[in-house]
Write a protein that binds this ligand. Structure first.
Ligand SMILES: *[C@@H]1O[C@H](CO)[C@@H](O)[C@H](O)[C@H]1NC(C)=O
Ligand SMILES: *[C@@H]1O[C@H](CO)[C@@H](O)[C@H](O)[C@H]1NC(C)=O
Length: 409
């Protein structure tokens, strides 16, 4: 197309005689190209640009006039923004200097140079209300106004958060957790990653648009609150062009349940620890049914029980109760010192626990789990037992004695 620069005439000729063309359109296209290229090689131009800035930061609104042959009389700025929806003259620059128009918004600062035909403005502390279109106008004499539009985009990074609803264990789908990206512009994308749980949970995402142009995205994670899900890690990933990099929020799912069976383990010859699983963690209480507590020869520290001396005073049943706000269960330890001070002579029995369903959570749990006739009966007995501590103790003692006898055989 180099030939086009010479003259329109030679161009047209080339188009018309372009025999290698199989299309009738080609001469027309060449003609168009020639007409464009035939304008003066150096034309007056107002060069603007795009400005994208995060809320609170400083934006540069670039504007330059090039190749003007006529004298410049004024540079003026207009805007149509979220905060000023009607075209608003707000700034002028004349040879003597810059001026605010219609009130001084001192966040605007002239950073150009009148004689160099640079009309650029700086806007500090940008807010969402500043988003819109800015017009930069060079007034020349005698040709008049030459303008360009500079769009200003304001980004608002979202406020991100995760919330765990720690449901009580059950077999119906419930809300487990939510992840929120609030007040983002442009809207944020919120996704969960849960590699180990892919079939057990599902996410539902909702968005809300606010009048100020921001959007809140909320993703809710649903699943059946089982023990499998308890303590499983999930990650919420928030992405948005308003964030320099994706934000990841970690959460460990919590399913609440009352203490499971209580075991008593021997941690040394004379000390024992009460163990259970519960969420929230259980607190432990040691006692000796029917006897005063604490005996001077026993030290208790949370789940741990330590026997300080070996005397027959220690003989008897020790009970460890594990409880949280949903319920309680207990385990028992039978201590029997045969004679003397020989530690090897102890006979210790740790017995597995008796369930005492107390509390709303436990009631709810059993209600949701259909039980057999037998276990229902057993349950009732246990409830009765728990309401009568004397009876419970009697039964436990019998059981302890039973185990003791077996051991002796
Ligand atoms: C300016 O922004 C518009 C609209 O967002 C976009 O289409 C255009 O490509 C941008 N131009 C530059 C130079 O970034
Ligand atoms: C936009 O509006 C929402 C809802 O009214 C508000 O929570 C948020 O702070 C606003 N954001 C900005 C940047 O003004």
């Amino acid at each position: 197309m180099a030939g086009c620069e010479h003259s329109l005439f030679s161009c047209l000729l080339r188009g018309i005689f372009s025999t290698e063309s199989s299309s009738l359109l080609l001469p027309l296209m060449l003609l168009n190209g020639c007409l464009n290229l035939h304008r003066p090689a150096v034309a007056l131009q107002v060069i603007g640009g795009n400005a994208t800035v995060a809320q609170g930061e400083t934006a540069i609104l670039p504007c330059k006039l090039t190749d003007a042959k006529e004298p410049l009389t004024q540079i003026s700025w207009q805007r149509m923004t979220r905060g000023k929806p009607v075209n608003d003259n707000f700034f002028t620059v004349v040879p003597s200097g810059p001026n605010y128009v219609n009130g001084a918004d001192r966040r605007f600062k002239f950073i150009g140079n009148f004689s160099a035909h640079n009309g650029s403005l700086q806007l500090s502390d940008v807010t969402l209300l500043d988003e819109g279109s800015y017009s930069c106008i060079f007034t020349l004499f005698p040709s008049g106004n030459h303008r360009t539009e500079i769009p200003l985009n304001v980004l608002v990074p979202p406020d991100t958060s995760v919330k765990d609803y720690h449901p009580f264990m059950g077999n119906e789908e419930v809300l487990l957790a939510t992840c929120t990206a609030a007040g983002s512009r442009p809207p944020a994308e919120v996704k969960w990653t849960y590699s180990t749980l892919s079939e057990k949970v599902k996410a539902i995402t909702n968005t809300t648009q606010h009048a100020n142009g921001t959007t809140t995205t909320l993703s809710s994670l649903f699943g059946v609150p089982t023990r499998d899900i308890n303590q499983q890690p999930v990650i919420c990933v928030v992405t948005s062009s308003a964030l320099s990099k994706a934000e990841t929020l970690l959460l460990t799912l919590q399913v609440h349940f009352s203490p499971t069976e209580v075991n008593i383990s021997e941690i040394s010859e004379d000390s024992f620890e009460c163990l259970t699983e519960a969420n929230p963690n259980a607190s432990f209480t040691w006692s000796r049914p029917g006897q005063s507590w604490p005996p001077s020869t026993v030290r208790v520290d949370g789940a741990k029980l330590q026997l300080l001396s070996i005397t027959s005073d220690l003989n008897g049943l020790y009970k460890c109760e594990a409880s949280n706000l949903y319920g309680r269960k207990h385990g028992q330890l039978y201590v029997y010192v045969t004679s003397g001070t020989c530690t090897a002579c102890w006979v210790l029995f740790s017995l597995l626990l008796i369930l005492i369903p107390i509390g709303v959570g436990a009631w709810w749990y059993f209600k949701k789990h259909p039980r057999t006739e037998e276990s229902t009966r057993e349950e009732r007995q246990r409830v009765q037992t728990s309401s009568s501590p004397e009876e419970e103790q009697g039964e436990s003692m019998q059981r302890a004695a039973g185990v003791e006898e077996e051991n002796r055989v």
